[in-house]
Write a protein that binds this ligand. Sequence first.
Ligand code: ADP
Length: 396
Amino acid sequence: MKIMAVNAGSSSLKFQLLNMPEESVIASGVVERIGMDGGNFKLKHNGDETEEQLDMPDHAVAVEHLLEKLVSLNIVDSYEDISGVGHRVVHGGEKFSDSVLIDQKVLDAIEEVSDLAPLHNPANLTGITAFQKALPNKPHVAVFDTAFHQTMEKETFMYSTPYEWYSKFGVRKYGFHGTSHKYVSQRVADILGKDVKDLKTIVLHIGNGASICAIDGGLSVDTSMGFTPLAGITMGTRSGDIDPAIVEFIAQKQNRSLEDVMNDLNKKSGYLGISGVSSDSRDLWAAADDGSDRAKLAIDKQAKMIADYVGAYFIHMGGVDTIIFTAGIGENAPETREVIAKRLEKALNTELDHDANNVRGKEQIISKEGSKVKLMVVPTNEEVMIARDTQRLMNE
Ligand code: ADP
């Protein structure tokens, strides 16, 4: 059966059409600049790439265009050929600990937690509504970035802040990238031929956004992102963990609003902020190789923060069997993996295999044989996880 996995942003819509249960990609693409001038539609199918410049006033028009295109290119016979649609939704709050078939109640609940993700949830809802309009008789499923982390214990997800912040306003750690962490931890079990219940895994999802997750027996027991995706380790443009008092201090020093300072922490920090060069790991390495101390510092700062989290999660789980590198940097940057691995080797009794580590975008064990803790590269695949959940819920 054909299942569509959708990731809708405020002005964009990414999609992948998958054949299930084979999990093969039939077509994929993106619609950009929806509701703006200079709309753009890209579709990949069978190695061919189609690109069109076309202004689309809203998501509903974009979805209609996309579906018509799939029919006219004979990728699907008709709209009927699409059995279900899985939608990525950023925030499920405490309401959703698993993916769910969408009905009006679910739409209302996603709306209710929108104040926790004001930039993302409304956009996700717009995407859902647009697809529901085009495919009204098909099942639609919501797959939440936060759901996988709902298994964290209270002492883990609570902050040491006034209890009312939590009970009245929902201030707590939620964690993100859950679909990726879940996919990767299951994949590791498959690769090693083990039951996921018997594995303690730490997943290092390092892309522009980055988060670490401790997974014990298939369940998320801690993760580095928090109430928002700003928390945790150094990212492309986000600071990760800092002393919150810095926000007020800088606001006063520079006579700026809190919002403005928060913007610096989200968009002008991390790799970009420390290096002054770029948020992109490739540029950062090129600058470091050219002698930029600040580029090198950004790389080392991130590696230090990652190692600190790994240490904490090692203690929390009472051990670790596998440490996984995934996402843009984790999958494709052997040099970044190397600086991280160096910090883990001694305490965890593991050793990087430099030849095996020379790999990009491929599943591979990269620690030497005999290492107590296995280091691995496992490319993430959120679309497959979305399609799997959609199919599972359709069958239930
Ligand atoms: P996100 O999904 O959070 O936007 P990605 O997972 O796509 O981010 O990761 C983007 C990062 O991956 C960038 O810093 C980019 O430089 C890095 N990256 C992608 N390909 C490579 C590569 N071949 N070598 C090194 N880094 C890479």
